[in-house]
Design a binder for this molecule. Structure first.
Ligand code: UDP
Length: 240
């Protein structure tokens, strides 16, 4: 069987929530982090350059805090800081597995991570380092999905792999509607027209305007990131 990856450079978007084990008090499950990093390693070993954008929803969501009375901008800055915590957990696990990593933060904190510098990130990817983007875009009112859309375009990635809890985009919420069916492929305009929420609207339009393909898939199946990268029919592909 052929093991030629379909993509040379990818952005993997991991939600913070994905790092939390169901029903656990811990925000970050070392077992899940290990599982995810094992998959990243497999993909990297295929020769793919991997950049990761990590969310923070397992620790803090700006909008939820805002709805409970906190000023939105402050709540969002807290959310961005949460992504740094997750990013360091990923970095630690990846390095323990023998990969070289760099964390780029959109909010300066020189003792913890390097400031985001686009050209440096690209150089590091060329040098086969795993680059982890934290602190979102550095701006409140945005999301880490928007960060993924932004960084993917900036570093010339060919695709965004959006790891979620469901294995793709469905005609309706598969948890609520048993008759919902999965799309293997869908266009941006179809997804918009059908009001299927692939990403928030800022992130989605950034992808659509720049023709950045998105693949939505279930990360918890152990081989899935690799299967996506090998071009197997996993999840849903969103393109123009
Ligand atoms: N956030 C932000 N600007 C950004 C990215 C993230 O303000 O550019 C904040 C926002 O409050 C968000 C939180 O960080 O709720 C965590 O990010 P996100 O919700 O995207 O994480 P995920 O859902 O992927 O875990």
């Amino acid at each position: 069987k052929s093991l030629k990856p379909k993509y040379k450079r990818i952005v993997l978007k991991l939600s913070g929530e994905a790092l939390k084990a169901r029903g656990s008090m811990d925000n970050i499950s070392p077992e899940i982090v290990h599982q995810v990093c094992t998959q990243i390693k497999e993909v990297h070993e295929l020769g793919v350059e991997v950049a990761v954008v990590i969310g923070g929803g397992n620790i803090w969501r700006g909008l939820s805090a805002h709805h409970r009375g906190m000023e939105r901008a402050t709540a969002d800055y807290m959310g961005m800081l949460a992504t740094v915590i997750n990013g360091l957990a990923l970095q630690s696990a990846l390095e323990q597995m023998g990969m070289t990593t760099r964390v780029h933060t959109a909010i300066r904190m020189d003792n913890v991570a390097e400031p985001f510098i686009r050209r440096r990130a690209i150089d590091q990817l060329n040098e086969r380092k795993i680059v982890i983007f934290v602190a979102g875009t550095g701006n409140p009112f945005f999301s880490t999905d928007t960060t993924a859309a932004l960084r993917a375009n900036e570093i010339g990635a060919e695709v965004i792999l959006k790891a979620t809890k469901v294995d793709g985009i469905y005609t309706a919420d598969p948890f609520k509607d048993p008759k919902a069916t999965k799309y293997d492929r869908i266009t941006y305009s179809e997804a918009l027209g059908k009001r299927l929420s692939v990403m928030d609207s800022t992130a989605f339009s950034l992808c659509m305007d720049n023709k950045m393909p998105i693949i939505v898939f279930d990360m918890m199946k152990s081989d899935n990131i690799k299967r996506v990268v090998l071009g197997k029919a996993v999840g849903t592909l969103v393109t123009s």
